[in-house]
Design a protein around this ligand. Structure first.
Ligand code: ATP
Length: 487
């Protein structure tokens, strides 16, 4: 047989969209995964991690786009024909079979290449055969050894702990020698100690096997400790792809900064290259290339803030310590400065009630483009002083005629959220809440698949069902030209 071509990119997801009942769960996503890497899909619950993994496995078909494995388009290929295997959070083992038989199950169906047959005319056809008993035994024992269950073959599944059962599930997935192992929150059901142990073991297995692992988790610490590459997802879109260090040290946007690690995320203005202003202070940073006075998000990690006594003149901001908690190796303090509650970590305690100066080195400030500066939607005038978009008719001051196609611009502080969905024009769910000092920036997701960003002084919880009202005095309409509309 001809040597197969080795593709460096083992998995390619190209322009993949997945919708369930008109709701977009994965939105025109592109992702390449290199052979042999440990890649983690990380994001909050409901962001589409499992859906993406299931599409790579073949259990869910994309609505649009294609999936390639080793350069071959597998979009329409059934799961069992793909060179991948999946380990699920719920182990899905057969309770009536012992450990050995559970692991051997897939092998009994597997056929292996057994040379070529040449007919009288010289035509060559590859021959496949089932594995014999000795081969199955050898493969199962090797897989069990790999997961540390060498002597457990005869054991009843129900006699094993959760961690041991998960190891059996991993052995069962590995025994067929997949090129890619897909792991869907495989440690989610384990207690913390077992989880930590299994994290180390999985890393070890990855090193030993040299195959590609794609691991799904919503636990950022787990993602940072285990992965070569982290893919941060939110709302069906990739927010950042990078090494754990890159996503921690150089978050691409406020969502990543807030989701990964503890952080202080603030709004600021880039005054010029290497100089940002926030909370009334002008501070040196290492970033350049932003527009003059461009509004930006900035993140300061708690460990990058240094404290000095008040009056020392060493800090850029001063504040009052609200609380201090000893966390084993450092103190975590909440410090109120210019109405922003900073989280600060230091080996030196500042007592609650004291005034302090806070200083940040330029390398401790990370500047990010704002995800969005205004809410923008496409709509149509649907009556006198009203515009239709996001499946709702909103009041607006306009002299435009009914039927005119428009772009609707709504600033973040022009959106009001109501407790009772019926008090709003349309309903939505809260998907992200970011504390910005003097206010909260809340992201809500409408039933028509649109995001609104909202600046509000009210505190909302993730998943809250809300109504949306708009302040007509803050809305702006722009007529869409025919060319724009055709495009
Ligand atoms: P979690 O960490 O909670 O498992 P996730 O990031 O893996 O979340 P998915 O399971 O991919 O998220 O789900 C993304 C969204 O798609 C959710 O809103 C979910 O309800 C929806 N969804 C997933 N599968 C289906 C389905 N078969 N039918 C309808 N909606 C679905």
């Amino acid at each position: 047989m001809k040597e197969p071509k080795v593709f460096d990119k083992i998995i390619e997801v190209k322009n993949v969209t997945k919708t369930f009942d008109d709701v977009t769960v994965i939105d025109d996503l592109n992702l390449s995964i290199r052979r042999g890497q440990f890649v983690t899909l990380l994001g909050p619950s409901g962001c589409g991690k499992t859906t993406l993994l299931r599409m790579i496995a073949g259990f869910t078909a994309p609505t649009k786009g294609n999936i390639f494995i080793e350069g071959q388009d597998v979009t329409d290929m059934p799961p069992y024909k793909r060179p991948v295997n999946t380990v699920f959070q719920k182990y899905a083992l057969f309770p009536h079979l012992n450990v050995f038989k559970n692991v051997a199950f897939g092998l009994k169906l597997k056929k292996i290449y057994d040379g070529d047959k040449v007919d009288k005319k010289g035509k060559v056809t590859p021959v496949f055969r089932k594995l014999n008993k000795a081969e199955i035994e050898e493969k199962v024992n090797r897989a069990l050894k790999l997961v540390g269950l060498d002597d457990y073959g005869y054991r009843d599944i129900n006699s094993l702990s959760g961690g041991q059962q998960q190891r059996v599930a991993i052995a069962r997935a590995l025994v067929c020698e997949p090129k890619v192992l897909l792991l869907d929150e495989p440690l989610g059901a384990l207690d913390l100690k077992m989880r930590k142990e299994m994290q180390i073991e999985l890393k070890k297995m990855h090193r030993e096997l040299g195959i590609t692992f794609i691991f799904v988790t919503h636990d950022q610490e787990e993602a940072l400790t285990m992965s070569d590459i982290v893919v941060v997802l939110n709302d069906g879109s990739i927010q950042q792809i990078g090494t754990p260090k890159q996503v921690y040290d150089e978050p691409a946007n406020a969502f990543v900064a807030d989701f990964i690690g503890e952080s202080n995320v603030l709004s600021g203005t880039m005054l010029r290259d290497y100089c940002v202003s926030f909370l009334g202070a002008e501070v040196e940073c290492e970033d350049k290339g932003f527009g003059k006075n461009e509004q930006v998000d900035l993140v300061i990690r708690p460990e990058d803030i240094h404290l000095f006594p008040i009056g020392s003149g060493k800090g850029q901001l001063s504040g009052k310590v609200l609380s201090a908690v000893f966390k084993g190796t450092y103190y975590e303090m909440e410090i109120l400065a210019s109405n922003y509650e900073f989280t600060v970590q230091s080996t030196v305690e500042a007592k609650p009630g004291t005034e302090v100066e806070m200083s940040v080195e330029p390398s401790g400030i990370h500047i990010m483009k704002k995800l969005r500066t205004i809410n923008e939607f496409e709509g149509e005038i649907d009556g006198e002083n009203s515009v239709w978009f996001c499946d709702g008719s909103f009041e607006v001051d306009t002299s435009l005629e009914k039927g005119t196609k428009v772009k609707v611009f709504v600033p973040f502080d022009g959106v009001e959220l109501t407790d009772d969905e019926d008090d709003g024009v349309i309903g939505a769910n809260v998907t992200h809440v970011l504390y910005k000092g003097t206010y909260y920036q809340v992201q809500v997701y409408t039933d028509t698949d649109e995001d609104f960003f909202v600046d509000t002084s009210d505190e909302w919880d993730l998943g809250d069902r809300v109504g949306i009202k708009l302040d007509k005095s803050k809305m702006r309409l722009e007529v869409v030209t025919e060319e724009e509309s055709d495009a």
